[in-house]
Design a protein around this ligand. Structure first.
Ligand SMILES: Cc1cc2nc3c(=O)[nH]c(=O)nc-3n(C[C@H](O)[C@H](O)[C@H](O)COP(=O)(O)OP(=O)(O)OC[C@H]3O[C@@H](n4cnc5c(N)ncnc54)[C@H](O)[C@@H]3O)c2cc1C
Length: 322
């Protein structure tokens, strides 16, 4: 593969595409990015495998399934990759008769019995799912990419024209940055905010559906190896990246109503970030000149860690066909 590859973006999408393209035999792969870990949106994430706020479901399901499989393989092969497993519970205020739409993507799944539901909830699911802990996983991916000859370059790209060149493949993994870079009006921020507390033995992770009148709340807990992530919010079209301390008590109260041990847990920090929302994930090829093409891969919303390997495989197969 003698084509030159330029990847824009060094979050979970750009790094996994970099490694996937290297594995497929592309030898000349460079990542250009404004920010690298630990300063990307991907560093703010909980890293839980769970499809959330990304469309369309028909494509998300396939990508999520592949990502689940790849994370299980990575976990087995590289204990240092920061991938752990968690017992994941999802609670609903009303009874659910149908299975979760993502159920076929996971290995262990079942509906919850009535006795397993906290007060105020009538339905729910259980699944055992992976977490790719960003503060370990992103450096792991970045180091592997470099060890395999990949080059990292800090650079802001203001327009695609800047980087169009012959015999070159560009992979656009700029997340929310694609809005400005391409003038893509379908891209929008979904603000998130989390509280990190010390994990004193909590093993399960929880998410629950919130009543309509609290549609900006997204209540969830993610039990990682050393901390628990308490979320949160999902504020559409809110561009504020700073932490709003006024939200913290509400987040802790809602999470500890589901997991009482969290109420007294030591707070380790706060983070806020903007999920790269889009009406639908954009994963497609666009020709920029007869010998230069861009493969877009952005707009993964709240599912960057849930679809990254499935998307990277599809990007790679488009690149190989060029
Ligand atoms: C609070 C919170 C919790 C979350 N929890 C989860 C979770 O548990 N599970 C999950 O699956 N997802 C979660 N997400 C969503 C997840 O973080 C995103 O889907 C994911 O990070 C998107 O990754 P990305 O690589 O596409 O984009 P980003 O991580 O945003 O990376 C974009 C990259 O592009 C670069 N860039 C942008 N524009 C330019 C430009 N013009 N020139 C050069 N470089 C540029 C940036 O510098 C950066 O390197 C969460 C998000 C938030 C905010």
């Amino acid at each position: 593969m003698n084509k030159e590859v330029i990847i824009l973006g060094a979050g979970i999408s750009g790094l996994s595409c970099g490694l996937e393209l290297q594995s497929a035999g592309f030898r000349n792969v460079r990542i250009l990015a404004k920010d690298f870990p630990p300063n990307t949106t991907s560093d703010v994430a909980g890293g839980l495998w769970f499809p959330y706020k990304a469309e369309p479901i028909s494509r998300i399901l396939g990508w999520s399934k592949r990502t689940f499989e790849r994370l299980m393989q990575l976990r087995e092969q590289f204990p240092e990759a920061g991938i752990t497993m968690t017992d994941f519970y999802q609670f609903f205020p009303k009874t659910r008769t149908e299975s979760a739409w993502w159920a076929s993507a996971v290995e262990e799944y079942r509906p919850l019995d009535k006795e397993e539901l906290p007060e105020g909830f009538q339905g729910g699911y259980f699944a055992r799912v992976p977490i790719a802990e960003p503060h370990i996983h992103l450096p792991f991916l970045m180091e592997r990419f470099q060890a395999q000859g990949g080059v990292l370059e800090e650079r802001v790209v203001a327009s695609m024209e800047e980087i169009v060149a012959g015999n070159r493949i560009i992979v656009n993994c700029t997340g929310l940055g694609a809005k400005q870079l391409l003038g893509d009006t379908e891209v929008f921020p979904i603000r998130g905010q989390i509280v990190r507390v010390r994990n004193n033995g909590i093993k399960r992770s929880i998410t629950c559906e919130t009543a309509e009148e609290h549609s900006e709340y997204a209540t969830y807990t993610i039990a990682r190896s050393e901390d628990v992530i308490l979320g949160g919010v999902a504020m559409t079209n809110n561009w504020e990246t700073g932490v709003d301390i006024g939200l913290v008590d509400g987040i802790i109260d809602r999470c500890s109503a589901l997991e009482p041990a969290l109420k007294s847990a030591e707070i380790l920090g706060h983070k806020a970030g903007l999920r790269p929302g889009r009406t639908t994930v954009r994963l497609e090829l666009e020709r920029l000149s007869p010998t230069c093409a861009v493969i877009h891969n952005y707009g993964h919303g709240g599912s960057g860690y849930t679809v990254n390997w499935g998307c990277a495989e599809e990007v790679c197969s488009l690149a190989k066909d060029l």
